[in-house]
Design a binder for this molecule. Structure first.
Ligand code: M6R
Length: 610
């Protein structure tokens, strides 16, 4: 949520900051701003509502200069989308601040600061950071100790970068609940909320830990832990691809990412599976010892990742004989739950920084789960660093806000986990062989499935004027229906609900009319006949249906039912295969509706606030 970039260099850093913001724009995109400090102490600020390009145009007109600078792209939490609320925020034309997160006690801090004579020019919580640091500075402290004192008064989450006009040689940064990464250059150093922003200038990173405060100059980085003690943090060489931010000729990142799925799933499987099954240590050293004791799995995630967890529950119970609960992180963390003996806590996340999922992991540690595993796409992210075991999905950078390839690689990971846990819990030889064989066929099946795109483009036309839609599935296709509905509402703004089709007659049938398209996912599995009965229930009430079906499922299309053939696949991978046509459907509907596909309204890619 929101994106931060900062730099301390000898050269003008404005292009580095703007490029960094563009690379982070997917995280927040309602307004943007930059503050630049020249060695002479001249401080310039430019802010604009709208996309980063608006800011870049304004910067070009101003010929802005600065060798130290901070920049921000915003996703509004406190205060509407206005230039005055855009970051950086100033105090007394001296202190400049950018901030991700929420200062939860800002109301009382603000009241205090007003009493002391500070004037607020925005409705944000962030401005309290600027004034609090200013107050500490005027009492005679250095910027570093001013920030160290100020953060003690903040409750909530922050990743923040602060500059002082009177000391242009440095920025001070603080992390608590919102990630920050320092990028190390030659005679210049950088800071960002995500390494993606800095890949054009460095590949050497230090990921700050919770509570860290750091002082960054051109030649030096000093880090202090939450108690103020100096600490060394590991320098990590990033292997994230530099050009991951490129659309590679596709119209949108989302379409590019949909089409990358065969490749990234192949990457996710590579060296992890061979003809006999899983290779050694797929889930990391020590994982087998942990898995041999697991009697229960608790999965925690949000959004699309939660749908991956819901699908996994079907697999873990059916094939691996392991009992499994799945819960939305924001629910799990605020209720009392019972921890089963020998429980493995699994978090799933594309970003590894989702605030609720991270908080749930931390809570689970206190509750006494036997061990924790994260299935995650971002190396070095908070979930990866704080979990006992980490399985990287290797989907590559996902830029489109609507998650696509992250989801299918998460599902691929879960099928491998099913094999690993099943081995310890009496999985049958036949099931094991069937999953291994299905996984081997998966990349090619995904390619085959993407070839049905043109049929889906036609179909999308019929959705463009609709306001509501219903997605139906049964068994392990029910979470896929949920994921299809989430994709459609997220990028086309059409209201979409998903139901397990057996639930139809318990309420949703009342909604059926010819204005409510019903989308059905129908592989040829043991639930097909049950699903067909549900389809007849819809037909009998005048519903218009779009059925994504295995050829052998023998659905006969007519005026009220359009059947879209999906390539036949082996049962374990059917949820992964049926995801693709639903992603494409949402994409083409959004295209026809002319929405902002990659950056849909009101959303942000990585939800690092509660
Ligand atoms: O990074 P995470 O996987 O933890 O993110 C969780 C959700 O915020 C995310 O899946 C969200 O629902 C997507 N925008 C869905 O497309």
């Amino acid at each position: 949520m929101c994106g931060i970039v900062g730099a301390v260099a000898e050269r003008n850093v404005v292009e580095i900051l703007l490029e960094g913001l563009k690379r982070l724009e997917y995280r927040g995109y309602d307004s943007a701003g930059v503050a630049l400090l020249q060695a002479s102490g001249e401080l310039t600020r430019i802010r604009r509502t709208g996309k980063v390009q608006e800011l870049a145009d304004a910067v070009a007109q101003h010929d802005a200069l600065g060798s130290t600078g901070i920049a921000h792209t915003r996703w509004a939490t406190h205060g509407g989308v206005t230039e005055a609320n855009a970051h950086p925020h100033f105090s007394s034309e001296r202190v400049a601040v950018v901030h991700n997160g929420i200062i939860e006690n800002y109301v009382s801090l603000k009241a205090n600061l007003i009493e002391k004579g500070y004037t607020f020019t925005s409705d944000t919580d962030t401005e309290t950071i600027a004034h609090t640091v200013h107050e500490e500075l005027v009492s005679g402290k250095t910027l570093l100790s001013a920030v160290q004192s100020a953060v003690k008064t903040f409750h909530g989450a922050y990743g923040t970068v602060i500059m002082d006009k009177n000391d242009p040689s440095r920025v001070v940064v603080a992390r608590s609940g919102s990630p920050l990464v320092i990028g190390l250059g030659l005679g210049e150093n950088f800071i960002a909320s995500d390494q993606m922003a800095l890949l054009p200038v460095t590949r050497r990173f230090i990921f700050l830990e919770e509570g860290d405060v750091a002082e960054i100059t051109r030649r030096d980085v000093k880090i202090f832990d939450k108690d103020g003690a100096p600490v060394e943090r590991e320098v990590i060489e990033s292997n994230v691809e530099h050009d991951a931010g490129d659309k590679a000729g596709y119209r949108h990142y989302m379409l590019k990412e949909i089409h990358e799925q065969p490749t990234v799933v192949r990457n996710a499987l590579q060296h992890r599976i061979d003809d006999n099954g899983l290779t050694k240590d797929v889930f990391g050293e020590g994982a087998d010892a942990i898995f041999s004791k697991v009697k229960h799995v608790q999965i925690i995630a949000c959004g699309t990742s939660y749908h991956a967890g819901m699908t996994a529950r079907y697999w873990l119970e059916q094939y691996a004989n392991v009992s499994c609960n799945v819960e939305i992180a924001s629910e799990f963390r605020y209720r009392k739950s019972v921890v089963h003996p020998n429980s493995l806590l699994i978090t799933i996340s594309q970003s590894g920084e989702t605030a609720d999922t991270l908080a749930a992991l931390r809570l689970a540690k206190e509750l006494g789960y036997m061990s924790s595993l994260t299935i995650c796409n971002v190396p070095g992210s908070s979930l990866v660093r704080e979990s006992d075991l980490a399985f990287m999905t290797k989907a590559g950078a996902e830029i489109g806000v609507a998650s696509t390839k992250a989801f299918t690689t998460q599902l691929t990971a879960f099928l491998m986990l099913t094999l690993a846990l099943g081995k310890e819990n009496g999985m049958t030889e036949a099931d094991s062989k069937s999953i291994v064989s299905a996984l081997h066929s998966l990349p090619a099946k995904l390619e085959e499935t993407l070839a049905i795109t043109s049929g889906i483009e036609d179909l999308a036309e019929e959705f463009a004027d609709k306001h509501h839609s219903l997605f139906l599935g049964r068994g392990d296709q029910y979470p896929i229906a949920m994921e299809g509905a989430l994709k459609l509402k997220e990028i086309s703004y059409i209201h979409a609900e998903a139901y397990a089709s057996g639930e139809l007659k318990h309420g949703p049938l009342a909604l059926i009319d010819d204005e409510m398209p019903v989308i059905v996912v129908a592989p040829n599995n043991e639930l097909l006949e049950k699903l067909k009965s549900n389809v007849e229930e819809v037909r009998a009430r005048g519903g218009i249906m779009y059925v994504f079906a295995d050829k052998d499922a023998a659905f006969a299309g007519d005026d009220t039912m359009r059947v879209i053939d999906v390539p036949h696949c082996e049962a374990p991978i059917a949820p992964i295969i049926y995801t693709l046509p639903l992603q494409l459907l949402s994409y083409y509907v959004a295209l026809i509706k002319g929405t902002d596909v990659d950056q849909p309204r009101n959303l942000a890619k990585s939800v690092t606030v509660e």
